[in-house]
Every structure is written in C-alpha cells, then in structure tokens.
Design a protein around this ligand. Structure first.
Ligand SMILES: Cc1ncc(COP(=O)(O)O)c(C=O)c1O
Length: 398
C-alpha cells in the first residue's frame, strides 16, 4: 500500500448534532464517580516547552494516560463508569448512590454476582473491562483479534478475566462477542455502538469526559488546537463532544488522526455522503488501538458535526511520535508513549517540519500562537514493539 499523509476537512453549517450527553452536568457526574474510586488521580499534563519552541509553536502539552489507574492507557475511565452505570441501573440505584464505596456493599455484590461481561478489544479496552469487572466483583470474557499482542493478552488475564485470541479481525471479533452475549445472556460491554446497541458505548464515552475535564484544568487556558487519535471514534467523539458542549463556537480546532491502514473515519469524512466507509480484512498497523475498520455511529455523528480536520497517516508517524516523546529536548518531561498514543504528537511535529505539508499546516492554523493539546492515550502497552521502534529505529521517518 502506498502510505502517505492524507487529509480532508468538514465545514460545519446548518443544524449540528446534539452534544448535551457531554455537557457540564454529564461531565460532573463522570468526574464525581471517578473521584470515588480509591485509586483515582488525575494523569499528568506534560508541558513540552522546548519542543513547542523548537517546532515554532506557542505551546505543546501532552496528557499522559500511561498513568491512568495503573493500566497504562486511558480506557479504565470509560469501562469503570459504564460498568458502574450498568450495575446502578440493574440495582435500581440513582446515580447519586453510584459510588465505588456504595457498590461494594455485600448486599449489592451478592445481587450482581452472576452478571458476566463480554467484550472485544485490541488490548486496552479489554484490560479496562477486566479491571472494572474486578473492581465490582464480576467475571469478564475478553476476545482479541488474531495477530494481537501476547503481552496485552497476558495483562488482561492478569486481572482475572478469561481472554483469548479469535481468528477474526477487530470488527468481526466485536460481532463474535455480541453473538456470545446474546447466546449466553452475558452483558456486552463494548466501546463501539451499532444498530440497537448504544447505551453502554455512550456511557463509556461519557466516562472519557473526565480526561477532558482534567486537561482543561491543567492547561489553565483553552488550547487552540486539539489532535485526537481514532479507532472506532469513541475517544475522539467524547472529547470533541465535551469541547463542543462546553465551548460552542469558541471550541479549539479539532483534528482527528488515524493510521492509513484503518482510516475508516477519514474515508467516511472524505466522502461525507451519509454512508460509513468500512475498511475490511486484516489491519496490521502497529497502532493496534486504532486498528478498527468501522466507525461507531454515535461517535461519527459528533465528529462529522464538531471536528474539523481528518488526517490519515503512515505507520512511521506513530514511530516518530514515540521517539520524540521518549527522547525529550532539554528540560521537557519524558513521556513513554505507545504506538496509538504517540501518533498525534508525531503528526504535529511532521506538520511543522515538512514543507510539503505547508497546505495542511496552514489550513489547520498551526504557528507561534497555536496552543496544542495531544493525548498520549497509552504507554508502552507492547514493550517488545516499543523497544523495536524507540531503540532499534523500526519505521524510520519517510
Ligand atoms: C491507546 C488507544 N488510543 C486510542 C484509541 C482509540 O479509541 P476509539 O476506538 O474510541 O476511537 C484506542 C482504542 O482502543 C486505544 O487503545
């Protein structure tokens, strides 16, 4: 495949889709729940002052989600919130009683003991589900696409879930988990929506708003530009929804980033004719978390109406980001960022350094007044590949 940086833009006019599910009330509920978890702590925002100066930008700050709940990725925010919401609904409890401590009551634990969760994952979401299941005393079955990372599988098993590889790609693994849920009466805890299945994916997205809330508090001023990586689009959809709901027209410019090998959202945006574009077959990107071929419809609706630029990038852009964040300039803090985590920083650097991308840099509006926020959504969740990239130079630039 001819891998290259491709971009498209959506201009927003007319009526925009509703983002009230990510407004201040929704965010406050997610934040309140997360604060009730004994292991909750905001993740650090790494202010890369020297990098910003070196690239000719006003500010570059990277939210380091490798520090989230000891899970090395952001996903626990969505899984814990959605599972708690499901349990509260099952027990008929109001959200005000949906705290970690309250849900530990023996009477409640006994009533939910027989609930079994099932999910599909490239690794991080499944680890988040295994962890959330353990928090509340549930059992989880987790399925990974063929060719996934054995280290990621082992981390899921380490949390007590039953985990296995399938012989399918990611999207067919989701269908496999959904079929099993139906057949066995298990609860499908999936971070992507489809026809007739939207409640849990929306709760997962609402859980991600805690990340945006923390980032805004830590940034002190509103960023002018946010770069968000997309798999099915739930993470970028949630963060975009948050900024659209909280800031309206004053929201930052939002750029969505995906690997060329799984750029279903970029292709859907480029066509923008109401039909999703699906990437089929084996998707062997090093950005495993972004290796999804079908957009989540509830996320796409938000991205279509509230995100601006959609960029599809080669593998080496992620590798470049991993090397930049792992080898900081001067006093800049060090961020261990995995493949899916680093791709946005890699793209920001490339946009500032590569004159053939002048058109895109100008269209996004990057320059000395730009205040950028990236989210390093994972640490070295596949340490073998991390070292092959950062130590051995796998996927050199160009
Ligand atoms: C590290 C990482 N970053 C980003 C994403 C993208 O999230 P979404 O699939 O919700 O777009 C994922 C999803 O698995 C991920 O694991």
């Amino acid at each position: 495949m001819n891998e290259t940086i491709k971009a498209t833009y959506i201009a927003h006019e007319g009526a925009l889709s509703d983002v009230s599910a990510f407004d201040s009330g929704a965010t406050a509920r997610a934040v309140t729940f997360h604060r009730s978890l004994p292991m909750y702590e905001p993740t650090p925002l790494a202010d890369l002052k020297c990098l910003a100066e070196g690239l000719g930008l006003g500010r570059v700050a990277v939210k380091d989600e490798s520090k989230r709940f000891g899970l090395n990725a952001f996903k626990g925010l969505g899984t814990s919130y959605a599972i708690a919401k499901y349990i509260a609904q099952y027990l008929d409890l109001p959200e005000s009683e949906m705290t970690y401590e309250n849900l530990q009551q023996p009477e409640y634990r006994e009533r939910i003991r027989n609930l079994t969760l099932v999910t599909a994952t490239d690794g991080n979401h499944g680890r988040g589900i295994a962890w959330a299941a353990k928090l509340f005393g549930l059992f989880a079955h987790v399925f990974m696409p063929k060719g996934g990372s054995p280290e990621r599988l082992a981390n899921i098993r380490g949390l007590g879930a039953e985990a296995a590889f399938t012989t399918y790609n990611y999207d067919d693994t989701v269908r496999h988990a959904a079929n099993l849920a139906k057949e066995k009466g298990w609860v499908l805890a999936q971070d992507t929506a489809f026809d007739g299945y939207t409640e849990i994916p929306r709760w997962i997205m609402q859980g991600y708003t805690t990340l945006a809330h923390e980032a805004v508090e830590q940034y002190d001023e509103l960023p002018t530009h946010i770069f968000l990586q997309a798999g099915v689009g739930s993470l970028p959809g949630a963060i975009t929804g948050y900024f659209a709901a909280h800031y309206g027209e004053k929201r930052p410019v939002i750029t969505i980033v995906e690997p060329n090998r799984a750029d279903c959202i970029y292709r859907t945006a480029a066509a923008n004719d109401g039909a999703p574009r699906i990437v089929t077959g084996e998707i062997n990107s090093i950005m495993a978390g972004l290796s999804c071929g079908e957009p989540s419809p509830i996320a796409w609706e938000i991205l279509r109406d509230h995100a601006d630029h959609f960029v599809s990038v080669p593998e080496w852009v992620a590798a470049k980001g991993m090397r930049i964040l792992g080898n900081p300039l001067d006093d800049d803090p060090h961020v261990v960022s995995g493949e899916s985590g680093a791709v946005t920083t890699g793209l920001v650097a490339e946009l500032m350094q590569n004159t053939s991308l002048d058109y895109l840099r100008e269209s996004i509006g990057l320059g000395k007044d730009a205040r950028i926020l990236c989210i390093s959504t994972e640490g070295d969740t596949d340490r073998t590949n991390y070292r092959r990239v950062v130590w051995d130079g796998l996927y050199p630039s160009y």
